[in-house]
Structure formats: C-alpha cells, structure tokens
Design a protein. Structure first.
Length: 416
C-alpha cells in the first residue's frame, strides 16, 4: 500500500520493479509519478532506463532529455543520453562526438579547475605507480576484461593501485583485492570527487586509468580534476569521454583503424593484436552437441539487451531466417520479464514475415552458469548493429557457438 498521490513513493516502487524485472508494473508506477508531479526530474530519468530495457531507444532519449530540461545540473540523465546515442542507427558520429564535447565543457565548468601540478617522483628507472578506477569491481562485464590485467601486471615494473567505486561487492571483488597489497585497495564509493582526487594524489599516481566511461556510477568527475599527470580511458565505454583531462584511449587497429573517421578527444593508443583479454568465469558448463543435429533445424541466437536490437537489425535477422527455412531465433534479455515487451518484439518480427512459433523468448537466467548453459541451445549467434556485443560475443565463443557480425565504421560497430 502507498499514498497514490505521493510521487516519490511511486517512483521508488517503479525503480524497485524495474530492478527485479517487473517491467509492466514499473511503467505503471513511474507513469503515475510523472502524471502527479510533471516536474519530477528523477522519475523521467528512471522512465528512460525502463524504456531502455523495453528496447525503445527513442522514448528513452525523450525521457532523458525531459529530465535534463527539468534538472540541467543532474549528472545521470546527461550521461545516460550520451550512452544511448551510441545505439542509434545511422546517427552521425560527429553529432555523437559534439554531444560528448558539449557535456564535458559544461561538466568541467561546474566542477571547477583541474590540477596542473602533481606530487610524483622525478626519479628515473623506478616503478611506475598505476591506478585503476572503476565502479565495476564485482561480477560485471568489465570485470571479465580487467581480471587478467590486474593478475598479470609486471610487479617489477609497476606498482598497482585499485580505486573501487563499486556499489556492491562479491567474490570477484575479493579476488581483485587479493591482487594488490591492502594499502593499495581504496574504496571510494560515494566520496566527493575532490576527496577521491586527493587520495590519488597522496598515492603519487603516475598514470590513472578509468574503466567506465559514461556508464553507470562512473567517476569521470574525479578524472576531470586530473589527479594524475597522465590519464587514460580503457575497456568500459565504446566512445570518447569528451574530457580534455583524459589524455589517451587504449584500443587497437581493428576496432579503430588508422583510417577511421571517428573523432575522439583522447589520443588513441593502438595495442598490437587485440586490446581486450577476456577471462571466463571459474565455473562453466560443458559444450553440448550441435543443437541442429537433434532438432533438425538451425537455431540462431542473441543474448543482447533489447536497446541494441534496432529496426534494421530486426529486418536483417528476419531476412536471415527467411533464407534458412524452418530456422528458429532464441532471444534472451531482461526485457522479456514483461509479456507486453515480448508481444511487441514478436510483432516486430511478424511485420517482417516471421511467425511467432519461430521465436523463443527468454528472460534472464538465475546464475552465470545457467546463463552460459543456454548457449547449448544455439547453433549460430547473430551480433547486433550498430552497437555490437563484446562480453556477450566472448561468452558465445567460449561456449563453442560461432558469431556472425556486421562491421561498421565506428568503434562500437566493430568491437564484436
């Protein structure tokens, strides 16, 4: 029971429903919240996330932009909007870059001046002190890619510090803690940017690497203050941060070819080979026999979030299914907790001539092991575009399933 006229309570219930996958109920509560309080900015941001889970990018963007209108100084909706722009089909990359640059200019102006001097040692031939800052030091996509980095750093050449802005901790957190001395693990969750910057300066960090970009709970506010003389962005985001305080972006020549027209505020550092190294979970299922051998038909699959499944993506997948008679498509994501979202997705394929019985829609699995086990139902994975998969593609290959990708002309459309 709640007061039906109290918008904050309705908003909070809507967020809780979104978190646990009750998306239909979430829409009801959040819609009631903004009806009662049309200037309630936070509720519009939460509606944006809900429409994201629905796969309705245009509506999500409208909610973020409404929130920004109501609360221009709010950090989250502006960054959520930047993230969403990467998912749009045929959006001009220059428009996306300009949006990031405009955000950075406004953000830095509000934050205040950055440091221009640093208390680092000038001694030559010493260990470099490298700090990594991230909100994702738990069982999170980013953790699968920074795991090997932390574990295999050359301790003779580098002294590693980990700054955790994680909102929750688990066994992955404890593992990462074990890779550094107790004094080099710093929990900075919820601390003001200036305070965190001073902690980093006190550690005399030579190179600070941020691992989140514009994704949830990032600490770009800390990086904007430039607490280290050299700063890099890596792994967590498929585009520029827009921040002049971040000097380099670590990438490779496949996702960012030397002739790429995509613009970044950072200087690109292209690693030889592949810029990512995936570490799989400790416990993984066995790879089963090819599903087509027992089913008598080919099963395509996608475990991407619905925001990545654009209309051109649906059209191409439907064409693939028409070209492969009797084939099926297994799609799994959070949005399918809602029967309304399922029906909308089914209708998108019906409009392309694919009947409902050729689709199998699944919500999230209860565990990582169960999630990976479902790959044993898939013969061939179909990547999304223009925002392709990273962690999902690595999981797919881990489970012996080939992935078909459509390469584009941006980092996000080539990382798959």
């Amino acid at each position: 029971q709640c007061n039906p006229r109290f918008a904050q309570t309705l908003n909070n219930i809507g967020v809780a429903c979104t978190t646990i996958g009750k998306l239909t109920e979430a829409l009801e509560y959040l819609s009631r919240a903004v009806t009662i309080a049309p200037t309630y900015a936070e509720a519009f941001n939460n509606l944006g996330w809900l429409f994201w889970d629905h796969g309705d990018l245009n509506q999500a963007l409208r909610m973020y932009e409404r929130c920004i209108e109501l609360s221009p100084a709010s950090k989250n909706p502006a960054q959520n909007r930047l993230l969403a722009l990467n998912y749009l089909h045929q959006v001009d990359p220059d428009r996306v870059f300009q949006a990031h640059s405009a955000w950075a200019e406004r953000f830095c102006r509000e934050l205040g001046p950055a440091y221009t001097e640093w208390p680092v040692s000038r001694t030559v031939n010493r260990k470099l002190r490298i700090g990594y800052i991230s909100p994702d030091y738990f069982h999170h996509s980013v953790s699968f890619f920074c795991h090997a980095l932390f574990e295999h750093h050359n301790r003779d050449l580098f002294e590693v510090f980990l700054y955790s802005a994680a909102g929750r901790e688990d066994e992955k957190t404890e593992l990462f803690k074990s890779f550094v001395p107790d004094t080099h693990w710093k929990k900075v969750t919820g601390k003001p940017a200036k305070e965190v910057a001073e902690i980093i300066r006190a550690d005399r960090i030579d190179i600070l690497v941020e691992l989140a970009g514009h994704t949830a709970n990032n600490r770009l506010d800390v990086c904007a203050l430039k607490p280290a003389p050299v700063q890099c962005t890596y792994i967590g985001y498929n585009n520029t941060t827009g921040l002049g305080a971040i000097d380099y972006r670590i990438t490779d020549g496949v996702v960012d070819p030397v002739d790429s027209k995509q613009t970044y505020s950072e200087e690109l550092v292209r690693m030889p080979g592949v810029f990512l190294c995936y570490t799989p979970p400790v416990r993984i299922p066995d790879v089963d026999t090819l599903p087509a051998l027992k089913n008598g038909y080919v099963t395509f699959g996608s475990f991407s979030c619905l925001a990545k499944v654009t209309e051109p993506c649906v059209a191409l997948w439907a064409r693939v299914m028409r070209e492969v008679p009797n084939s099926r498509l297994l799609v799994k994501n959070k949005g399918f907790y809602s029967t309304d979202v399922q029906q909308t997705f089914i209708n998108r394929f019906k409009a392309q001539g694919i009947p409902e019985h050729r689709l199998k829609l699944m919500a999230l699995a209860p565990s990582s092991f169960d999630h990976l086990q479902i790959y044993n139902e898939v013969d061939i994975a179909l990547d999304t575009f223009p925002y392709s998969n990273t962690t999902t593609s690595c999981e797919t290959l881990l489970m012996g399933v080939p992935v078909v990708c459509l390469a584009g002309n941006t980092h996000g459309s080539r990382v798959g």
